[in-house]
Design a protein. Structure first.
Length: 96
C-alpha cells in the first residue's frame, strides 16, 4: 500500500478464457462419440436410411428399426421422460 491506496492488480492473463468452454455449445447436444456415430451410420446403412446425417441431430427419437439396430449394437435408447406431475388438490374444506 502506498499512502492508503492499494497497487493495481497485475495485468489480466487472457489465456484461461481462450479455450472454448463446454457451455459455449448449443444446449442438449451430446459430445462427439465416434463409436456411437459409427454404429449409427452402420445401422442407417443397413436400414436404408439416407446418410450422412446432418450436423445437428434431430431431437426426435430415431425410427423404430434404427433404434432396434442401435440397441443390438449395445447402445440402449434413452429412458422415456417422467410423466407430468398431477395438479395439486384444493385445500380440504369440511362440509357445512
Amino acid at each position: 500500500m502506498h499512502r492508503g491506496v492499494a497497487p493495481p492488480p497485475p495485468p489480466f492473463d487472457g489465456d484461461a478464457f481462450d479455450a472454448p468452454d463446454a457451455a459455449d455449445g448449443p444446449p442438449g447436444l451430446p459430445p462427439d462419440d465416434s463409436e456411437f456415430d459409427a454404429a449409427l451410420q452402420a445401422c442407417a446403412t443397413a436400414e436404408g436410411i439416407a446418410a450422412p446425417f446432418p450436423q445437428a441431430p434431430s431431437p426426435d427419437l430415431p425410427p423404430d428399426l434404427l433404434a432396434e439396430c442401435l440397441d443390438a449394437a449395445g447402445f440402449a435408447p434413452p429412458p422415456p421422460p417422467p410423466p407430468p406431475l398431477p395438479l395439486p388438490l384444493p385445500p380440504f374444506q369440511p362440509p357445512r
